[in-house]
Ligand binder design. Structure first.
Ligand SMILES: NC(=O)C1=CN([C@@H]2O[C@H](COP(=O)(O)OP(=O)(O)OC[C@H]3O[C@@H](n4cnc5c(N)ncnc54)[C@H](O)[C@@H]3O)[C@@H](O)[C@H]2O)C=CC1
Ligand SMILES: O=C(O)CCC(=O)C(=O)O
Length: 469
């Protein structure tokens, strides 16, 4: 067997460990009794050395973008090697580092493109410590057998609260008054300052954030309209409108809460600004691709809109620091910052202590369960597959994790290979082009493990294999 293959084989064996501190922690492979027999089993032949179980201490996790300390401590408790960086990395450095890690944790800045991922030979999983996953080439990751996890709603409330704060701030021109007073200027004005009570909020995208915002806005006496591509039950007295134009024509405040997709690119551009009420306000804390900012600048300059609050931009700096938001990054930046009643924030919608610590726990737990047990529940790109845990008294049992192309005949081939053993349980599901099989097989000794691996490795449909014991 070539040394690279041996390495791959070693890397495919994962000593599973309980999630420390989690209630109902699982007992997975290897069973204690299996571990007790290990020296004897490993001395079966010289080649047996290649089958040394992959230890959690060999597991390398790269964490970027100041992922919360809760995640770091979950990974460290597992015994994983954790490399932590406060910011994202330039592409070349990222490529170097990703070559040898088993999992990576990012937020919204790190672009995991096909060009980066093709170097990630050992990567089994990506954790997006945020909601959006548009920064990852999901198609590439899926076909490479890399499971991607995110946190679907732990920062939703934080974003909704930021938007509420900004609605009032725009209506009262708070940003400008504050900047003026910081420079010593006293401007006590009421001209074009409004209460929000009785005004109409138009929410584009009534998902986790949009619907949360709806409830908060109604509590302040606002009327709520929303536009979404799917029919969603209205909360309170909010009303879904059938077209984006109807929302634009009737709203005093328009806020975007849609994902970055080809359909949402420049969803608010010149025709949409033209359709808005005179003096409307526009807010965007979704993705920088959703609002055409040069068109927004133009709409502001002709008095069509009275202000805007932007938290996201087409290009965002990779790290904090003075001078980072410049025309080099976005050619309209200096014009935008010169305009009054335009609130600009550095993508902080989800940046609260509460949200970050909850996300850290949630995504780190998902990654750990996937690495240690193969459970893909919560993955955004994999079919969600889970198997009941192994018991401590189940000896010589191996968990097979087989990710494959979703083509006919695969289960027949795989079960033929596994059927020399007792298949205790198995679960398989597919999603689009790929499928994922988990199976626990018993009566497996050391040489059997190697055979099972070799035979599965030769199957045409295989994308990747891991054996946990
Ligand atoms: N600024 C920040 O820090 C944060 C930004 N976000 C962004 O906010 C986005 C929304 O987050 P959630 O509410 O959690 O997502 P979600 O998935 O719960 O809701 C999105 C809604 O948009 C709708 N939608 C999709 N395409 C649409 C279209 N073309 N037209 C109208 N509606 C459409 C969907 O049907 C869904 O109801 C995320 O995708 C993320 O990009 C999320 C968290 C923090
Ligand atoms: O907190 C972050 O870095 C990103 C927040 C965000 O945009 C998201 O959750 O999608």
């Amino acid at each position: 067997m070539a040394s690279q293959e041996i390495n791959n084989l070693q890397n495919s064996f994962q000593r599973a460990v309980n999630l420390s501190g989690s209630s109902g922690a699982v007992s997975t492979s290897p069973t204690q009794s299996f571990m007790d027999t290990l020296p004897r089993r490993m001395s079966v032949s010289n080649k047996a050395k290649a089958l040394k179980p992959f230890s959690t201490g060999d597991m390398k996790i790269l964490l970027l973008e100041n992922v919360n300390a809760t995640a770091v401590s979950i990974f460290e408790d597992q015994g994983y090697q954790v490399e932590f960086h406060k910011s994202s990395l330039p592409e070349e450095e990222l490529i170097e580092k990703i070559k040898d890690v088993h999992a990576i944790g990012i937020r919204s800045k790190t672009k995991l493109t096909a060009n980066v991922l093709k170097h990630a030979k050992n990567l089994v999983s990506i954790g997006c410590f945020c909601i959006g996953t548009n920064q990852v080439d999901l198609k590439y990751a899926t076909h490479a057998g890399i499971a991607v996890f995110n946190s679907p709603f732990s920062n939703s409330r934080s974003v909704a609260e930021l938007i509420i704060g900004e609605i009032i701030s725009l209506a009262r021109q708070l940003g400008d008054r504050s900047i003026e007073l910081h420079t010593g200027a006293w401007n006590k004005v009421s001209n074009r300052c409004w209460e929000v009570r009785g005004k109409t909020l138009g929410i584009i995208g009534y998902g986790h954030i949009g619907s949360q915002l709806s409830v908060l806005a109604e509590a302040m006496g606002m009327h709520v309209l929303y536009y979404d591509t799917v029919t969603i039950m209205a909360l309170g007295t909010a009303r879904q409108v059938p077209t984006l134009d109807e929302l634009l024509n009737n709203s005093d405040f328009i806020t975007c809460h849609v994902p970055a997709t080809p359909e949402t690119k420049n969803m608010l551009s010149a025709p949409q600004f033209a359709a808005m009420k005179e003096g409307a306000y526009v807010l965007n804390a979704s993705r920088g691709t959703v609002v055409d900012i040069p068109a927004l600048i133009q709409a502001f300059k002709v008095g069509k809109i009275a202000g805007a609050a932007l938290d996201v931009y087409p290009s965002e700096p990779g790290k904090n620091g003075a001078g980072a938001f410049s025309d080099d990054l976005n050619p309209w930046a200096s014009e935008l910052i010169s305009l009054p009643n335009i609130i600009l924030t550095p993508h902080i919608g989800g940046s609260t202590e509460e949200a970050q610590s909850a996300i850290g726990v949630e995504v780190a737990a998902s990654l750990t369960k996937y690495i240690n047990e193969g459970t893909s529940v919560g993955s955004v790109n994999f079919p969600e597959v889970s198997l009941r845990s192994l018991d401590y008294d189940q000896e010589n049992t191996v968990r097979v994790l087989y990710i494959h192309h979703n083509v006919p005949g695969v289960l027949k081939t795989v079960n033929n290979i596994l059927s020399n053993h007792n298949i205790e349980k198995q679960f398989s599901d597919s999603k689009g082009d790929i499928a994922y099989l988990m199976a626990d097989i018993s009566n497996v000794d050391q040489s059997d493990i190697k055979n099972v691996y070799d035979e599965l490795n030769q199957t045409d449909a295989k994308i990747s294999i891991r054996l946990l014991y």
